[in-house]
Design a protein around this ligand. Structure first.
Ligand SMILES: C=C(O[C@H]1C=CC=C(C(=O)O)[C@@H]1O)C(=O)O
Length: 401
C-alpha cells in the first residue's frame, strides 16, 4: 500500500483548519500550513559529507527570510533508510496550539478488517533466525518489526486521528506528516532522538519494554522486573552506547546517567536514559546530529550494518517511513527529531500500523511477538480494539460492522 495513489474519489477528509504537518512536544503542537519550498533529498552520508544539502537548505532559509520571516523552519519526515528521499518542506505559515486544547476524543470508526500481513509464525521464525545470527555472526542486537493493516469502511481523517492521539498520549511526540500525495504518517512517539536548543542537546533513547497493567501492584512488579532484567538492560545498553558514541565527538561535557530509569507511556513501560550535552560547535544543526545518530539500535541494531542486513533479510516487508524520524528545525539549527514509532501510514480507508522489538541473544520469540502486540495498542486504542489482536493465523480478520 505504500506507493499506491489514492483510489479515485477518495480524498483524505478533514477540516480546512487541519495543519499540513503537526508535531507535539512538551504540551505544545507545532502546526505548519502550506508548502513554501520543498527540500526532498536523500539524507544519507553523502548529502552531509559534501555539505551541498546544508548549503541548499541555507539558501532556502535565506529566501524565506528575504520574504520577511525572521526565523523560518523546516518540517518533515526522514525514512528509516537514509538512501530513500526524505519529505521536508519550509511551510507557508506556522503556529502553535496548546496540545490539551487541540486534543479530542476519538471518532467512532467502522473498521472492516485487521490483517496481519506478517503473521505470528513468520515473525517468530524471523526472531529465531536472528538468534541464530547472534551465534554465527558478530550481530548482537536487531530490532525486528511487523506491519498490521487496518481497513475502515470510510476514509480515515488524519487530522482527527492526530487530535485523538493527543488526547490519549498527552506526553508523546504526537505527529501527523504528509509523506506522499494522499498519504500521512500519524503517530505518538515516546522517543526523542535529538533536541537542540542553542548549545544544549538532549537525546532520550528507550529500549527494553513491558506492557502497562491496570493493577498498581502488577505494574510495580513489572517496573522492578524491567530494571532487573539482564536481557532488557543489555538491549538498552547497546542504544545508550551508540548514542554516546555519536554525540561524544560533538559534545563536551556529555552527561549520561549511570543506570536507566523506567518511563511510562499510556500503554508501555520502557527503560529510558536521558543524555544531555553541550555542543563544542553550536552551529552544528539538529538535523546533522539526528543524521549522526540515525539509525540507533533502538530501531536498527548493533552493529548497524549487520543489523540493517538482517532487517532486510528477515522482516519481509518495507519499513519506508516507520523507524525514521519526524520533526522540525529552524534556520539556526535548533530543532527536535523524534523516532517515527507507535505510528501508522494513512491512505484513504487503509492504515498500516507498525511495531518492532529489540531482539538480543536471550530473546524469546513468543515474548517479542507479545511486545509488538502491546506496542500496537498505542494506535489500536484509537479504535477501541486494543485486545482484538487476531489469533495465531496469517488470515485477515473480519470485524463485525
Ligand atoms: C521499535 C519500537 O520501539 C523501540 C522503542 C522503545 C523500546 C523498544 C524495545 O524495547 O524494543 C524499541 O527499541 C517500536 O515501538 O516499534
Amino acid at each position: 500500500m505504500d506507493v499506491l495513489p489514492l483510489p479515485t474519489g477518495e480524498r483524505p477528509p478533514g477540516g480546512r483548519s487541519d495543519p499540513d504537518f503537526a508535531f507535539a512536544s512538551r504540551g505544545r503542537v507545532l502546526k505548519a500550513y502550506g508548502v513554501n519550498e520543498r527540500l526532498d533529498v536523500a539524507l544519507d552520508d553523502r548529502s552531509f559529507a559534501d555539505g551541498r544539502w546544508e548549503e541548499a537548505l541555507d539558501r532556502a532559509f535565506r529566501r524565506r527570510k528575504a520574504q520577511g520571516v525572521e526565523n523560518p523552519i523546516l518540517v518533515g519526515t526522514v525514512p528509516f533508510d537514509g538512501r530513500q528521499h526524505a519529505r521536508l518542506f519550509i511551510p507557508d505559515h506556522c503556529d502553535y496550539e496548546d496540545a490539551g486544547r487541540m486534543a479530542a476524543d476519538p471518532d467512532p470508526v467502522a473498521l472492516k478488517a485487521i490483517e496481519e500481513t506478517v503473521g505470528r509464525n513468520a515473525f517468530e521464525a524471523a526472531v529465531t533466525q536472528a538468534i541464530g545470527l547472534f551465534r554465527d555472526t558478530a550481530l548482537k542486537k536487531v530490532v525486528l518489526s511487523r506491519p498490521l493493516d487496518v481497513e475502515a469502511r470510510e476514509a480515515f481523517a488524519p487530522g482527527r486521528l492526530l487530535r485523538a492521539l493527543l488526547r490519549q498520549n498527552p506526553g508523546a511526540h504526537v505527529f501527523a506528516a504528509p509523506v506522499a500525495y494522499g498519504q500521512t504518517l500519524v503517530g505518538a512517539s515516546p522517543e526523542l532522538l535529538i533536541r537542540k536548543t542553542g548549545r544544549t542537546v538532549v537525546s532520550n533513547p528507550l529500549a527494553g519494554s513491558a506492557p502497562r497493567s491496570p493493577s498498581a501492584e502488577v505494574e510495580r512488579q513489572r517496573t522492578a522486573a524491567l530494571l532487573a532484567s539482564t536481557k532488557d538492560r543489555t538491549e538498552h545498553r547497546y542504544v545508550v552506547d551508540a548514542v554516546c558514541a555519536a554525540l561524544a565527538g560533538h559534545c563536551s561535557p556529555l552527561s549520561v546517567p549511570d543506570a536507566p530509569s523506567v518511563i511510562r507511556t499510556p500503554t508501555m513501560l520502557h527503560l529510558s536514559t536521558e543524555l544531555t550535552g553541550e555542543l563544542v560547535d553550536p552551529t552544528v544543526s539538529s538535523l546533522r546530529l539526528a543524521h549522526a545518530l540515525h539509525p540507533t539500535p533502538a530501531i536498527c541494531g548493533t552493529p548497524t550494518g549487520l543489523a540493517r542486513d538482517a532487517i532486510d533479510r528477515l522482516e519481509g516487508y518495507a519499513r519506508n517511513w516507520y523507524g525514521g524520524m519526524v520533526g522540525w528545525m529552524d534556520s539556526r539549527g535548533n530543532g527536535e527529531w523524534a523516532l517515527s514509532i507507535r505510528c501508522g501510514l494513512v491512505q484513504g480507508r487503509h492504515l498500516r500500523l507498525y511495531a518492532g522489538a529489540g531482539v538480543v541473544a536471550d530473546s524469546d520469540p513468543a515474548a517479542e511477538w507479545e511486545e509488538t502486540a502491546a506496542k500496537l495498542t498505542t494506535m489500536l486504542n484509537l479504535f477501541g480494539v486494543a485486545s482484538a489482536q487476531p489469533s495465531n493465523t496469517d488470515l485477515p480478520v473480519e470485524l463485525a460492522s
